[in-house]
Design a protein around this ligand. Structure first.
Ligand code: S3P
Length: 169
């Protein structure tokens, strides 16, 4: 298996699906936001607050370079804006988790810690702006994807199974 990258908008369930794929297949998994938080020893929210978005995007590009040179046979979940790094497809097979905006927003609201989920995401501060961002990004995600998985009305187990079958066998 080459690397498999999960891309998609905030709240679509990239982390949850990644954990479920690990459970079902035993693959090793990394998350680009986790790597950045470890590099910086602070939370994404703090990085945005103290250094601004451009600084964070530069860290994403550094992580992308490291992944493409040094990481193999790994499942990689990404932050919602990671797809903008140059040469994304050189890192691995790109899987886009698709949901419409209202469904993914509802998915966040349904979480017992919905407030925390929204608070840790600086770009979800204003609903209208998040929706605008979604509309800009949706076609961009799609054009980069090797495969698109529609996650609506499916649970994490079903989505994981579908991804394993399509790209990890
Ligand atoms: C971002 C998404 C976040 C995180 C950062 C920026 C984005 O990750 O990387 O807040 O630009 O969409 P999630 O997609 O895991 O929320």
């Amino acid at each position: 298996m080459t690397n498999v990258l999960l891309i998609g908008f905030m709240g679509v369930g990239k982390g949850t699906v990644s954990r479920e794929i690990v459970k079902q297949s035993g693959v090793i998994a990394l998350d680009t936001d986790d790597i950045i938080e470890s590099m910086e020893n602070r939370k994404i929210k703090k990085i945005f607050e103290c250094e601004g978005e451009a600084y964070f995007r530069n860290l994403e590009r550094q992580v992308a370079t490291w992944l493409s040179h040094s990481v193999r046979d790994t499942l990689i979940s990404t932050g919602g804006g990671f797809y903008k790094v140059p040469n994304l497809q050189l890192i691995g097979t790109v899987v886009y988790l698709y949901s419409d905006f209202d469904s993914l927003y509802q998915r966040i609201l349904d979480h017992p810690n919905a407030k925390g989920k929204l608070k840790k995401r600086p770009l979800f501060k204003e609903l209208n702006k998040a929706k605008e961002l979604f509309n800009v990004r949706a076609p961009e995600y799609e054009s980069l994807a090797d495969i698109v998985v529609d996650v609506r009305d499916k649970n994490a187990q079903q989505i994981a199974k579908e991804i394993i079958k399509k790209v990890m066998k």
